[in-house]
Every structure is written in C-alpha cells, then in structure tokens.
Design a protein around this ligand. Structure first.
Ligand code: DX5
Ligand code: ZN
Length: 214
C-alpha cells in the first residue's frame, strides 16, 4: 500500500495533487504534523488538515511529531483524520493516549525512531493498527533512507507473524521507487513517500510505486 506524504507537495498546487492521488487511488494520504519542539521543524495544524479533507475520501494517516499529543487528539479527530500515529516518548501515559485516539473512532499507530527498540511495543502491539518504522530521523522530508531500518522491519515482521497479529508495518523516510522493493521484501505493508512521489511527475511516480506493489 502507498501513502504519499504531502509534506513534500507544492501547496500552491495542492488541489491538483489531490486530484492525481484520487485518480490513482492512493491507499492513504500521510499527513506530517510537526511542532518545532519534538522535531526541529514546523508544518501545519488541524485547521489545514480539515480543509484538505474536503479534497478527497482517501484515508488520512496523520503522523504527529508533537509533544503532548493527547492535547490535540480531539482537534485531529474533528479535522477528519482516520489514523493517528504518535511517538511513545511524547506522551506521559502512552496507553491512555492510545485509548483516547480510539475513543474518537480513529485507528492508532506508534512511530519508532531509528534508534528506538521494538521492546516498547510488547504489551501494546496487538492493539495497534500500525507501527510506523521511521527510516530517517523525524523532522524533514528528502533525507536518505537509513539501511539499518531493514533489520528492524524484518524483526517486527517476525514478531507479528509469530503472534498472528494483524498490525500493519508502515515505513517512513527516504522511501523511493528504487529502494521500495527491498523494503517490501523486509516485510513492510505500507510505504510512505514524500519526495519520492512529489518530486517530478507525480502521477508517474505513484504508478511506478503501485506497479511494484501489485
Ligand atoms: C519525516 C516525515 C516523513 C517525510 C518523508 O519526519 O515523517 O513522512 O515526509 O519524506 P521523504 O519520503 O522525502 O523522506
Ligand atoms: Zn511521517
């Protein structure tokens, strides 16, 4: 499955970009929210997400790179997000925040940074819709894929398989058409791609990703 990250989109042309994602039937739209505190960059907030919601029926996969996400779950629910993914260290009571996300009818995910271990997932994994393996350090689009992420994807795939869970593995950061196959082979279900989709011919990039996944 493909989740274009609109962080790399040209916002002066966003309506046209959404039209292409609709026509090419993207599986998700990845929405990166950055607060300039948890990560050294600021993107946009729930008001913009709500406006974008009017441009598509594709599910919004909202990746919160913000401190104290529990304070904004309601806002993102009202913005039309379908999945909310949070980083464990950003919230004091992780299980409570996951339950809060679910209480709004949204699915929840956990994002792990390149140096984060899989062990923190042990008691929550089966209740997660997805685990987002960050294959770059969070904060910016256009960074290079960290190769060690492949090992983490494989390890997580084994854990999910051995326990017969249905949690999805999503991979985010430096994902391009030319490294997508090895990421899928390692066990990824959903590929997030920002610059890999929005640099160059967007429709053609999406088609190439989808060909690989078919
Ligand atoms: C990085 C974001 C990513 C980013 C990916 O912090 O979480 O979703 O937009 O961009 P690319 O695909 O260009 O690495
Ligand atoms: Zn992201």
């Amino acid at each position: 499955m493909l989740a274009p990250s609109i962080l790399s989109a040209d916002f002066t042309n966003i309506r046209e970009d959404f039209k292409i994602m609709n026509e090419e039937k993207c599986d998700f739209i990845h929405v990166d929210i950055m607060d300039g505190n948890y990560v050294p960059n600021i993107s946009f907030g729930p008001g913009i997400v709500k406006q974008l919601r009017t441009l598509t029926d594709i599910k919004f996969d909202t990746h919160l790179m913000i401190e104290n996400p529990e304070n904004y779950i309601k806002d993102f629910a009202q913005s039309g997000s379908d999945i909310i993914t949070i980083h464990p260290s950003t919230t004091k009571h992780l299980d409570r925040t996951l339950n809060l996300i679910k209480s709004y009818g949204m699915k929840c995910g956990i994002a792990l940074n390149p140096s984060d271990d899989l062990t923190c997932l042990k008691y929550i994994l089966k209740d997660l819709y997805l685990v987002l393996i960050m294959s770059v350090n969070p904060g910016f689009g256009g960074q290079s894929f960290i190769e060690n992420s492949l090992l983490k994807i494989k390890d997580l795939r084994n854990i999910i398989k051995n326990n017969s869970y249905d949690t999805l593995i999503e991979v985010d950061g430096g994902v391009k058409i030319d490294n997508a196959q090895k990421i899928l082979d390692a066990g990824a279900d959903i590929l997030v791609s920002g610059s890999g989709v929005f640099k160059g011919d967007i429709r053609n990039n999406i088609k190439k990703f989808k060909e690989l996944m078919s």
